[in-house]
Ligand binder design. Structure first.
Ligand SMILES: NC(=O)c1ccc[n+]([C@@H]2O[C@H](COP(=O)([O-])OP(=O)(O)OC[C@H]3O[C@@H](n4cnc5c(N)ncnc54)[C@H](OP(=O)(O)O)[C@@H]3O)[C@@H](O)[C@H]2O)c1
Length: 273
């Protein structure tokens, strides 16, 4: 029987995860299959138990199941505990379930792949689910963090949960650019369908060495990254994070720790139009 894994979410109309994992199965000659298996919220726990009983190695979990997955597991990795959510379930041989959150390591690895050394000071925009994982990873890597979010109380909640970082008013973030080496957009602003924000002059105060990264990857060149390119600043897109966050799950389910190679990236870029 092939090794099996899957991604679940709801409604999960489209996901790039099968492209990633099935590419790696082929590349490493693994008899494995990665499926898209939508589960409605009311079926989440029974569905997970059924897949476990069928012999699946584990699953990726996406919206809206990340909190339910956090509650369901028998143990959480330190990144999952820090992020307060689980995006990777690993079915262990003893019948227990381990929950991991790989968004933070995925983000850090995407910086490394882009040749960016970890900054001393970073400014993170946004305080949603992805932000907390990215903030935790940056803090744990020794970075000093400043956080700005439209709803300030959500940024304060992240700082309080993680035990580090400063919160500034959303309206003030551009004024803080001279003080940081890295700017990260973790809001959904700039994503297809969320184009209403004017990023035009936002980088006026940036130092020439500022690295600008956006975890939004659709479009690949977001308005923020376009503004960075216009100023000849180093820009890191969100596709690297998408690829790198998938690697620990693949290793846990299928064996090898996979490479994020150019062919895979090109294959994903084709799906972004
Ligand atoms: N590259 C990757 O692998 C990867 C992984 C995960 C997520 N993502 C992307 O990251 C983005 C955020 O994901 P998420 O799961 O964290 O979403 P989320 O939990 O819904 O958070 C959305 C964030 O965007 C902010 N926001 C939304 N509309 C805004 C507006 N008009 N003005 C200012 N701020 C606004 C929200 O601020 P409020 O708190 O004020 O509402 C919140 O901080 C999405 O585009 C997602 O596709 C990429």
């Amino acid at each position: 029987m092939p090794k099996l894994a899957a991604v679940t979410g709801w409604p999960l109309t489209y996901t790039r995860s099968p492209i990633l994992h099935n590419y790696w199965c082929a590349r490493y000659g693994i008899d494995g299959l990665y499926l898209r298996l939508p589960l409605a919220p009311e079926d989440f726990e029974s569905g997970i138990r059924a897949l476990q009983a069928l012999g699946f190695a584990g699953l990726n979990v996406t919206i809206p199941h990340k909190e339910a997955a956090f509650a369901l597991v028998d143990r959480r990795t330190p990144p999952a505990q820090r992020a307060g959510s689980v995006n990777t379930l690993i079915f262990e041989a003893d019948g227990t379930v381990t929950g991991d959150c790989t968004d933070g390591v995925g983000y850090i690895d995407s910086l490394k792949e882009a040749g960016v050394s970890l900054p001393r000071r970073a400014l993170v925009l946004g305080a949603g689910g992805a932000s907390r994982a990215v903030c935790a990873a940056l803090l744990d890597a020794g970075c000093t963090l400043t956080l700005a979010n439209r709803t300030q109380s959500r940024a304060e909640a992240i700082v309080s949960a993680l035990g580090g970082g400063d919160v500034i008013a959303w309206e003030d973030w551009t004024a803080h650019l001279p003080d940081v080496e890295l700017l990260v957009n973790t809001t959904s602003l700039g994503m297809k369908g969320h184009e209403g924000f004017d990023w035009g002059d936002c980088l006026t105060h940036a130092s020439p060495s500022l690295v600008v990264s956006d975890i939004v990857y659709m479009p690949l060149e977001t308005p923020l990254l376009a503004a960075a390119h216009a100023r000849s600043l180093k820009a890191v897109d969100g596709l690297g994070m998408l690829i790198h966050q998938a690697r620990p799950g693949f290793a846990a389910w299928f064996g090898p720790y996979p490479e994020a190679d150019a062919t895979l990236r090109a294959r994903l870029v084709e799906t972004l139009d």
